[in-house]
Design a protein around this ligand. Structure first.
Ligand code: AMP
Ligand code: TRP
Length: 334
C-alpha cells in the first residue's frame, strides 16, 4: 500500500532512565521536532525498556513524567504528534510476545548494546535485557511505522525490526510495514566529554561525561571547559586525530546553526581555551528557551499528565487495530 508523504508514520522513543542529555537532544529529539510538520508522528516514553536495568520505583515514576516534559519543552507539539507512555498501551508487550516467537536467539546475541551491557552485568544479566530489541520492534511495528529517527547506536535494533517485519509478513501475510531508520550525519553520535572515544551516555558513571538537559548554565560552561581535548592547538575537524575537538565542533555547529567549515575558519589562529568558552556559551544559549519551558511545565504536572492520557488513547486506537490484525493473521482470535 502506497502512502502519500503526509501520511507516512514516524515513531521514536527514549527511555526514562538516567538523565536525558545533549546527545539525546541533538541525535534524536531535535529531528523529531522537525519531522512532526511533515508526517504523522508518534513519540513514546519507553518505561518497560528502562526496567531492563533496575530502576528505583519512586525515581522511575518521576523520570517518566520528566521525560514527557522534556519532549514537550523541546518542541514536540501534542496537537501535531502523539506522545504517550509505553506501558499505557498494553499492545506493546502483547505484540512483543508474538515477535518473540519469530526472533532467533543468535540474532539477539549479536546486538551490540546487549553485548556491552552483558559485559557490565555478567552473569546477572536479565532476560529482559536480552529481549529488549524485540520489544523495540513491537513499538515500531504496531504503528506501521515508515521512519524511525534515532541516533547511530539504535541502527542495529531498527535493522532487527525490519527483519522481524519481513519474517512475520512471509509467515502470516502482509501486515507490517518494513520501517526505515533515519540517522542524521551530524549529531548521530555525540561523544562523552570526558572520553571522546565513547558515546555520551545516560548511564555514564561520571556526570562530567554529559551535558544533562537540566544542567545549570554555569555547570554547562564548566563541563565544556573541562572536556578532554586533543594534543596540538588547532581547532579543526578530524575525528581520528582530534576526537575531542571534533566532538565539540559538532556540538557547536548543531547548537549555533553554523557549519563546521565556518567554525574552523572562525577559530583559525585561536586557541582551545577561547574555542571552548564559546562552545559553552553556544550550548547555554541553545538550551535556554528549552530550559525555560521545562521549568514552566514542572510547575504544571497535571497538564502533562492529561497530555499523556490523551496521547495513550490516540496510540491505543492504532495499536489495538494492528493487534487485531496480527491475532487474526496468526490464528488466535475467534
Ligand atoms: P536512550 O538514551 O538510549 O533512550 O536514547 C534515546 C535516543 O537518543 C535514541 O535515538 C538514541 O540513539 C539517541 N542517543 C543516545 N545517546 C546518543 C549520543 N551520544 N549521540 C547521539 N544520539 C544519542
Ligand atoms: N532502544 C531505544 C534507545 O535506547 C529506545 C526505544 C525503544 C526506541 N523503543 C523504540 C527508539 C522504538 C525508537 C523506536 O534509545
Amino acid at each position: 500500500m502506497q502512502k502519500d508523504f503526509k501520511n507516512k508514520v514516524v515513531f521514536s522513543a527514549a527511555q526514562p532512565s538516567g538523565v536525558l542529555h545533549l546527545g539525546n537532544y541533538l541525535g534524536a529529539i531535535k529531528q523529531w521536532v522537525e519531522l512532526q510538520n511533515k508526517h504523522k508522528c508518534v513519540f513514546s516514553i519507553v518505561d518497560y525498556h528502562a526496567m531492563t536495568v533496575y530502576q528505583e520505583p519512586k525515581k522511575l515514576r518521576e523520570k517518566i513524567l520528566e521525560t514527557a516534559m522534556i519532549y514537550l519543552a523541546a518542541g514536540i507539539n501534542p496537537e501535531k504528534s502523539t506522545i504517550f507512555i509505553q506501558s499505557d498501551v498494553s499492545e506493546h508487550t502483547e505484540l512483543a510476545w508474538i515477535l518473540n516467537t519469530i526472533a532467533k536467539i543468535p540474532e539477539l546475541e549479536l546486538m551490540t548494546q546487549f553485548k556491552d551491557k552483558a559485559k557490565r552485568f555478567r552473569s546477572k544479566v536479565n532476560v529482559g535485557l536480552f529481549n529488549y530489541p524485540v520489544l523495540m520492534a513491537a513499538d515500531i511495528l504496531l504503528y506501521k511505522t515508515d521512519f524511525v529517527p534515532v541516533g547511530e547506536d539504535q541502527k542495529q535494533h531498527v535493522e532487527l525490526a525490519r527483519t522481524l517485519a519481513r519474517r512475520f509478513n512471509n509467515l502470516y501475510g502482509d501486515i507490517f510495514v518494513v520501517p526505515q531508520a533515519i540517522i542524521r550525519k551530524e549529531g548521530a553520535r555525540i561523544m562523552g566529554l570526558d572520553d571522546p572515544l565513547k558515546k555520551m551516555s545516560k548511564s555514564a558513571k561520571s556526570p562530567a561525561n554529559y551535558i544533562a538537559l537540566t544542567d545549570e548554565p554555569n555547570l554547562i560552561k564548566e563541563k565544556i571547559k573541562r572536556a578532554v581535548t586533543d594534543s596540538g592547538k588547532e581547532v579543526i575537524y578530524n575525528k581520528e586525530k582530534k576526537p575531542g575537538i571534533s566532538n565539540l565542533l559538532e556540538i557547536y555547529s548543531l547548537a549555533s546553526g553554523k557549519t563546521i567549515k565556518q567554525l574552523e575558519k572562525e577559530y583559525e589562529g585561536k586557541n582551545y581555551g577561547e574555542f571552548k568558552k564559546d562552545v559553552g556559551e553556544a550550548v547555554v544559549g541553545f538550551l535556554e528557551p528549552f530550559q525555560k519551558d521545562l521549568k514552566k511545565l514542572k510547575e504544571n504536572p497535571d497538564k502533562v499528565r492529561k497530555i499523556l492520557q490523551s496521547g495513550a488513547e490516540k496510540a491505543k486506537l492504532i495499536a489495538a487495530k494492528t493487534m487485531q490484525e496480527v491475532k487474526k493473521a496468526v490464528g488466535i482470535n475467534y
